[in-house]
Design a protein. Sequence first.
Length: 256
Amino acid sequence: MYELARADLVRHTSRLRLGILWWFLDPLVLALIYWGLVDQLLGRGESIHPRYWLFLFLGLIVWKQFAQCLSGCCGVYNRRQGLIKNLSVPLVSLPGSVVLQTFHLFVQAVVVVIVFLGISGGVSLGWIQLLGLLVIQFITMFGIGLMVAAPMASQPDLRELLPHFLKVLFYLSPVLYSFEFLQAKLDDSEFLQWLGVYIFIHPVGDLIDAYRHVLLDDGVLSLNGWVILVARSALYFTAGCLLQGRFERHLLEGLR
């Protein structure tokens, strides 16, 4: 799995002059665009967070890893059909390599943020919580990758709909805002009771808020917050393993 991820990463970055820097520059440019629109033009950035551009950047890099993981795992078996036919590789290693590749790039972006915050404001002991968040994120993304990899292998029409689904989910995710900000806006609304359910099932919403709380607010996550993150991670990973096991034999017959 590691060798597959490394080979894909080298092949992708070798075509670009700036290499893996593009993974960092892309969300940075988007963060500056949204910061200019929301903060400078509409004047709403500081009402969401005092350091709104960093707030945006953290949300965008978590989202980017999720979106690339989902897109890469959809159809990964079709793209690797020759490898499956010619070599005896565990099928789970193929979506696993996609998750590992995107996670590796995400960690590098987080390190850049940590260095910047450390130079500009000092190091916080609370940042040790990042280790737990990274483990939870990797397991969550692995589970999501397994959930979509096998079922989507035989559904090319659904794969075509994925970019549109991700666009809608992006604006329904706490990337440009936080769930806390949304809860305040929906106070006394009939939709508030459903927001809690949506927050729980959202794959990366609480993770985005957790990274921001730890890095930007020097906060400590509550025990309840950790329980929810771990429970959701276990839920997605279990669902992914079950779907992978259910579809694997049929998938092998179709590809081989």
